[in-house]
Design a protein around this ligand. Sequence first.
Ligand SMILES: Nc1ncnc2c1ncn2[C@@H]1O[C@H](COP(=O)(O)OP(=O)(O)OP(=O)(O)O)[C@@H](O)[C@H]1O
Ligand SMILES: [Mg+2]
Length: 225
Amino acid sequence: MIELQGVSKIYRQGRSNEIAAVCDLDLTLQDNRVTVLKGPSGSGKTTVLTIIGCLARPTQGRVLLDGEILSGLPEKFLAEVRRRTFGFAFQRFNLIAGLTAFENIVLPAYPLAPRFDTLKARALELAETFGVAHRLDLNVDDLSGGEMQRVAVARALINDPRVVIADEPTANLDSERAAQFLDIVATLKARGKTVLMTSHDPRIWSANVVDRVVEMADGRIVEAA
Ligand SMILES: Nc1ncnc2c1ncn2[C@@H]1O[C@H](COP(=O)(O)OP(=O)(O)OP(=O)(O)O)[C@@H](O)[C@H]1O
Ligand SMILES: [Mg+2]
């Protein structure tokens, strides 16, 4: 279970142009549920994902994983928790240019140092699942938007994380690919994963596999279904 308690995130704090991206937010995510954050551009959705995924620290408040407070942990421990717990498919800090699709997919596994043949087999299996096996040797710069996104999802799963965090995962996908993505989410859920994503996409909000849609505005939750 993941809990946010009174979490705020203020960017450029103390300066004249400071922005309160998230304000005093309480949110509990149960294990093995699929949650979607929706809301207008700038409402703080991505910021919440980065805080939950331990990519950023809250300015105020606490983040707990299974009752253990994460927000105060030193970076070294936090990195370890991040690596073992979360898989990320983010639009912004996305694939690494100049590396192949294969290299991108296996990258998050290196700090955990699994055997290379195990890793390669796993990367191949994921690439096949996501229909990018024939693109593995290509430089990611040469992939289509949808292919990049699927490589990013494959990369998010390489360490078999408990929690998968995806920022606007269907933004570049046509209806068929979006439906495939939802099938993937259903598979993840069936495997006991927790999934948290943001989306502007009504196809996602209304999908059967989604347990909960949390609506945000101005850094706050306005409606939690
Ligand atoms: N690193 C940053 N430094 C300064 N301000 C930031 C930073 N990241 C986000 N912001 C600001 O915080 C607010 C919330 O941003 P955030 O990216 O969380 O919104 P969002 O709901 O994900 O929007 P979108 O739907 O456009 O992706 C915005 O006003 C944004 O400009
Ligand atoms: Mg965003």
